[in-house]
Write a protein that binds this ligand. Structure first.
Ligand code: PA5
Length: 467
């Protein structure tokens, strides 16, 4: 099987007058080399869990564990519900959005070719009951995904499903569950062992937002019928490309450098991520979490207060040309734009001939819908560039497992390099942890009483602040 074409990163709209100059680049050279060497060292020492994931998961033993589970469901279950949030759900959502039919869950079993896959992410009671009323529990497997096993949104929905399933199927409820969690820690492991529930590992050295290419994303993807070997192959190809390239040809290092430079030297403290393809809409959502949670840090690794990070903004071309673009063109010059261009869409929609069109729409005749959306991307990027805005474009040959694997790994590596360039640890999330602790306190969880007390002691809102 031949390898998929590599992604192309077009940085041409980053450089020139008012944009990045050779002086900027010179000032950054030493830092880039230091980040490159650090990553090479950590990869060689096997310290970067996410870097190892594509190779590790492609091992026959690991692929077989997932394939056997999915095979065991055939003929019994037609629906998989992922119960998870953040890094335990966004990757799956991205894979489903990009690599299954847009109406996958609505198709007949024959046309679908895999299981229906739904997600229980937010602890919104209306969404929870809506999904519960839409599925047939008898034909459903619940994949509870939580590295820690303690995340309140996931734990609460799992507990509710568990009670209902135990009542419905007192003798066989445990067959309806599979857990994806830390190999040792957390509450899910002992519960699984006690009740004979199947379990898959989240590797301990891979954090939630970097875990899509582990069983966290791969099991639901496989259940939906996605080519997970293609995903892993694409990711491994990007890993090699990054490691083997000299610094100036390394797409993750160079682009991480541009982001950090644009922020620290040019005041572009936001990044607008704008694919022109509906199949990449949830890639953007996944990327925004990866970028924000990894880089948004108060302190550097050496303890200095740095307040690092740039704010990611989700956009979708061409829809957001009719929504956000006015601001991007004429508002503050504080954003870095990332365009994603798909070279070949799966379907071709040709516009009708002139005789079918009113005169004003004649220009469409002879063209395809793909040409239109691509022209819109080109035009927006050019127009923004004329305003002196900074942008680059990632070109995907098509939306397919191998190309998406490349794109995922590129994003993870770029985020890692950017963290090292800022001097922060891209793999922790102390800010998120604090909010979780206050929520546990409010819900009366043992050991978190002092967090509730702090909230209780906060002054009540003044009368004139409540409108
Ligand atoms: O990236 C992260 O670490 C977070 O977004 C987690 O994935 C999220 O908080 C869910 O955590 P857990 O998998 O432990 O339930």
């Amino acid at each position: 099987m031949t390898a998929a074409k590599p992604l192309v990163f077009d940085l041409s709209t980053c450089f020139g007058r008012g944009r990045v100059t050779s002086k900027h680049l010179k000032s950054f050279e030493k830092m880039l080399i230091a980040a490159k060497e650090r990553v090479e060292r950590e990869v060689a020492e096997e310290k970067l869990g996410f870097w190892k994931a594509p190779e590790l998961q492609a091992k026959p033993k690991n692929l077989a564990a997932m394939a056997n589970l999915v095979a065991s469901w055939q003929g019994h279950y037609d629906t998989l519900v992922v119960v998870g949030i953040g890094g335990s759900a966004l990757g799956t959502r991205m894979l489903l959005n990009a690599l299954t039919h847009r109406y996958h869950n609505e198709l007949s079993a024959e046309k679908r070719g895999g299981m229906k896959v739904y997600l229980l992410e937010n602890d919104d009671p209306d969404s929870f009951e809506a999904l519960w009323s839409a599925i047939d529990p008898l034909k459903t497997v619940f994949n509870v995904i939580s590295k820690s096993g303690t995340t309140a949104e996931t734990a609460s929905q799992f507990a509710t499903v568990l009670q209902r399933m135990r009542k419905l199927y007192p003798n066989s409820w445990s067959e309806h569950f599979v857990f994806t969690t830390d190999p040792e820690k957390g509450v899910l492991r002992p519960f699984a062992a006690q009740h004979g529930i199947a379990c898959l590992d989240v590797p301990p050295d891979v954090g939630g937002r970097f875990s899509v290419l582990t069983p966290v994303g791969l099991l639901p993807a496989l259940a939906a019928g996605i080519d997970i070997q293609g995903l892993l192959k694409g990711a491994a190809a990007m890993s090699r490309r990054i490691l083997e390239a000299p610094a100036e040809r390394n797409p993750a290092l160079r682009i991480a450098g541009l982001h950090v430079l644009a922020d620290t030297a040019m005041g572009k403290n936001m990044v607008v991520v704008m694919p022109y393809a509906d199949g990449l809409r949830d890639w953007t959502e996944w990327f925004c979490q990866l970028w924000a949670e990894s880089l948004g840090k108060r302190s550097a690794e050496d303890g200095r207060e740095v307040r690092a990070g740039t704010t990611p903004i989700k956009a979708l071309g061409a829809i957001d040309q009719h929504s956000q673009m006015q601001l991007y063109m004429e508002g503050p010059d504080d954003k870095f734009f990332v365009f994603l261009h798909v070279e070949a869409f799966e379907k071709k929609v040709r516009f009708p001939g002139k005789k079918y069109l009113p005169d004003e729409l004649n220009y469409l005749s002879g063209h395809t819908m793909q040409e239109l959306i691509q022209a819109e991307l080109k035009a927006s990027r050019f127009a923004l560039s004329r305003q002196g805005r900074l942008s680059y474009e990632i070109r995907l040959p098509k939306i397919a497992a191998e190309t998406l694997g490349q794109l995922i790994f590129w994003a993870e590596a770029t985020t890692c390099y950017a963290g090292y360039l800022y001097g922060v640890n891209p793999f922790d999330q102390p800010g998120v942890e604090l909010g979780k602790k206050f929520a546990y306190g409010l819900m009366g969880r043992e050991g978190f009483e002092k967090f509730k007390q702090k909230i209780d002691k906060a002054p009540a809102p003044k009368e004139d602040h409540l409108l």
